[in-house]
Design a protein around this ligand. Structure first.
Ligand SMILES: NC(=O)c1ccc[n+]([C@@H]2O[C@H](COP(=O)([O-])OP(=O)(O)OC[C@H]3O[C@@H](n4cnc5c(N)ncnc54)[C@H](OP(=O)(O)O)[C@@H]3O)[C@@H](O)[C@H]2O)c1
Length: 229
């Protein structure tokens, strides 16, 4: 995969950090963004071609526009991967959650990834991919228990917005991949999660490499299995 270029948005820790490490191991050239400097990410600079951009909050349109400007005189990305996400007060039922918290979750998990995709779609190489980190919890048809209501709704909204985005760009020579990484032991996933970061990112990067050339929009998990909408 030498010469392939990935932009990983939200790489300070957890899955984003793990994805940077795995893409570098696979020979990709990586641009990784963080809100504030991450020592763990900086430690990866000797692992391969890594450019780190700080100050990128995906809810900040001006910061995203600045990131895009800094990328326009560089070669196109083969993969733009939005990993950033939150699960603030996930245990509180949606009907009881403070409105400002619920709105902020929607902004970060649904609206901001799509706005970033819209900003960057002209920076995607032919046969490239926009990958959006979603969750199986965003599947409407798989929702039985109803926990994590606001988080679920934000990822379901992301899935819908992603399909709309792909439909609005139906002639594009790139595709949109909605990725479920499994239930992973990170700050967000918690200690009881079934997967470690390494297993999840190995699978995820293999699926991304396999799906290059995709047109339209798919919802897959880290093993490559289709997740029902
Ligand atoms: N872990 C799981 O089991 C699981 C399962 C399904 C889906 N996911 C999804 O996978 C993604 C990564 O989750 P994770 O488990 O790695 O969580 P995590 O360890 O809590 O990391 C979250 C990452 O998102 C970044 N972030 C949050 N809000 C941001 C914003 N407004 N702008 C830029 N960056 C922001 C954080 O940056 P800071 O360090 O600056 O806060 C951090 O890098 C999320 O989209 C999550 O919904 C995770």
């Amino acid at each position: 995969m030498s010469g392939r270029r990935a932009l990983i948005v939200g790489a300070s820790r957890g899955l984003g950090l793990g994805l940077v490490r795995r893409f570098l191991e696979r020979g990709w050239d990586v641009t990784a963004t963080v809100r504030t400097p991450s020592a763990a990410l900086t430690d990866l600079v000797n692992a391969g071609p890594l450019r780190i951009v700080t100050g990128i909050d995906i809810d900040d349109d001006a910061a995203v526009a600045g990131l895009k400007r800094s990328c326009t005189d560089r070669p196109a990305f083969d993969v733009v991967f939005v990993v950033a996400g939150v699960a603030t007060q996930a245990g509180i039922p949606a009907g009881q959650m403070p409105r400002d918290v619920a709105t902020a979750i929607y902004q970060t998990n649904a609206l901001s990834p799509i706005r970033l995709a819209e900003a960057f779609h002209r920076c995607i190489a032919e046969d490239g991919l926009i990958v959006l980190m979603t969750s199986k919890l965003g599947s409407v048809s798989l929702n039985r228990g109803g926990g994590w209501g606001s988080y679920r709704a934000s990822k379901a909204a992301l899935n819908t917005l992603a399909r709309s985005f792909a439909g609005q760009h139906s002639g594009a020579r790139w595709g949109v991949l909605l990725m479920h990484p499994g239930w992973v032991r990170t700050d967000l996933g918690g200690r009881r999660a079934t997967l470690d970061v390494d297993t999840s990112v190995r699978g995820t990067v293999a699926v991304v490499e396999d799906q290059r050339g995709l047109r339209g929009c798919r919802f897959l998990d880290y093993t490559g299995a289709t997740v029902p909408w």
